[in-house]
Ligand binder design. Sequence first.
Ligand code: ZN
Length: 312
Amino acid sequence: MPTIALDLGGTRIKFGLVENGQLLASANIAVSSESFAAVMPVIETQVAALMEEAGVEKIDGIGMAFPTIVDSDRMKLLYKYVKYNDANDLDLIGWAKSKWNAPLVMENDARAALVGEWQYGAGRGTDNLVMVTIGTGVGSAALMNGRLLKGSHYLAGNLGGHQVIRFDGVRCNCGNVGCLESEASSWALPELIKRQPGYSESPFVPSTRDEKPDFEAVFRLAAEGEPFALSIRNRSLEVWAAGIQNLVFAYDPERVVIGGGVMHSADVILPYIQKKLGEAAWMPPQPAVMVAAQQPDWAGVLGMGYLATQLK
Ligand SMILES: [Zn+2]
């Protein structure tokens, strides 16, 4: 039987009616409300529309991914997040039961994406996997011996973006100093560009070539040999390589699936990180293989669809 899966982002919700890794019907809608109670009727309407579209009358389960740390045993959001802070006051398990007569599973969005890639994407065929998503922020998750790594507080593997890369670096938006995310992610990039020596002569100064301070411009200009963009690109690659090496040492995966917006430049990123990893001490003769995500848009939905089939 199919399942319903939701991937709740900062401004949008992706919906899928999923069966065996196939989207029978899907939707991607903008949501402005910050209250989960206010979003519930929107979810009910959208789910009804998808079920009607696919001619499905019953579902096996419902899965929801949230961009925060999630207690996936009690179905609670553990850290306050800018949206849906009222979710823990609501009986969501009872809601799923009364609306769809189905059990509910909630999980962190990076773990959901990892499961999607593991079952239906670049992670197929191995049970030892790390996923890293490099975009606005940096998300991560780990699977060891076929089990999602969760730890004693549901944090395990999830905070790869907030591992400390430079203890004397700049302050991250999480409050810590020198996180991987504050040293190389899309939100941090404009500030990092301004701090880089040579900025005043660079194409990113508004009055010169007026390039947007994003990774698209950095990789494009670096490919043309522009020296300032090259320095920013290479520094970012070093940060990501160091972070991924840390994750490889921590979890010893067979494969690392890398996703996110920067993977438009996968042809530069994957070989660079692979080579750095090969040069590191204590690596086995065949270290973890870097691969690009195969489900960049729907991994979270497919992963939650799979987890919803695992409910008893
Ligand atoms: Zn941080």
